[in-house]
Design a protein around this ligand. Structure first.
Ligand code: CAA
Length: 249
């Protein structure tokens, strides 16, 4: 039997890299979607670095904020691999933090477009293939800050909370066709995104995490691979928290 294909948006980034590697470990053929402002060399260097570590991962260029770019990307992947995508991990995301009283429309729009509109563009392109096959996994990466809100993140919290609404609605539409749709909501994980927060604020946040530390990308990768697994077909419409106890619901 040929291997199932998993596509991870933002696959070359902090969380994305670990998600890709975990899915390779689980036996998927993995494609890392990247944008990087069109810096293809950066993605090629990333691919080479993964290869040196024993991970063979395809890379595919696409802008998740742009429907046409997504369509070209998915078509190219499916043509190259000769099959449709079985697992979609909607992981690409950005922050533009700032207090709402000072927030610009651009800060709002960029975050909503990259983090939420991307769900529409990418999922719309793969869902019918999954339904036709009678098997699929859509895994949407949200955030603890969708669940609890966060000072300075009205845009990000809104987009990430919207993701889970999308998850719950779509999960109901496709449940009988063997397709599961879930949200994974990480807390503060050691990535470049979190490293951008001022150190004194990072220290304050750490002091509020019961486990006493930020999470690792590998911990998120393991959970995503678990949800993608063949045996996880009874998990759907769920919001799986992985946040060191920062928010308990
Ligand atoms: N709650 C209440 N008040 C707060 C606060 C909080 N959490 N944080 C700051 N304030 C207060 C400050 O005490 C200060 O009050 P005074 O003016 O009375 O002194 C006021 O708000 C202004 O604070 P700042 O100087 O920090 O404001 P700023 O505008 O320079 O910075 C900010 C705002 C950039 C949003 C900064 O607070 C910040 O970086 N916060 C962290 C945001 C965050 O957690 N982002 C997560 C990014 S990672 C990610 O998103 C991944 C994921 O999914 C988890």
């Amino acid at each position: 039997m040929s291997k199932k294909i998993a596509f991870v948006t933002g696959g070359t980034g902090g969380l994305g890299t670990s998600i890709c590697r975990s899915l390779v470990d689980e036996g998927f053929t993995v494609v890392a979607g990247y944008y990087s402002g069109g810096k293809h060399e950066k993605a090629q260097a990333w691919q080479e670095a993964q290869r040196k570590d024993g991970y063979e991962i395809e890379i595919a260029y696409g802008d998740v904020t742009d429907a046409d770019s997504c369509a070209k990307c998915v078509a190219a992947v499916e043509e190259k691999l000769g099959a449709s995508i079985d697992v979609l991990v909607n992981n690409a995301g950005i922050t533009r933090d700032g207090q709402f009283k000072k927030m610009s429309w651009e800060q709002w729009d960029e975050v909503l477009t990259a983090n939420l509109d991307s769900m529409f563009h990418m999922t719309r392109l793969v869902i019918n293939g999954m339904l036709d096959k009678g098997w699929g996994r859509v895994i949407n990466i949200s955030s603890v800050n969708a669940q609890k809100g966060q000072f300075g993140q009205c845009n990000y919290s809104a987009a990430k909370a919207g993701i889970h609404g999308f998850t719950k609605a779509l999960a109901q539409e496709v449940a009988r066709k063997g397709v599961t749709v879930n949200t994974v909501s990480p807390g503060y994980i050691k990535t470049e995104m979190v490293a951008k927060i001022a150190q004194d604020i990072q220290d304050k946040i750490t002091s509020t995490i019961p486990v006493g530390r930020f999470g690792t990308p590998e911990e998120i990768g393991r959970l995503v691979a678990f949800v993608a697994d063949e045996e996880s077909s009874y998990i759907t419409g769920a919001d799986l928290s992985i946040n060191g106890g920062l928010h308990m619901s």
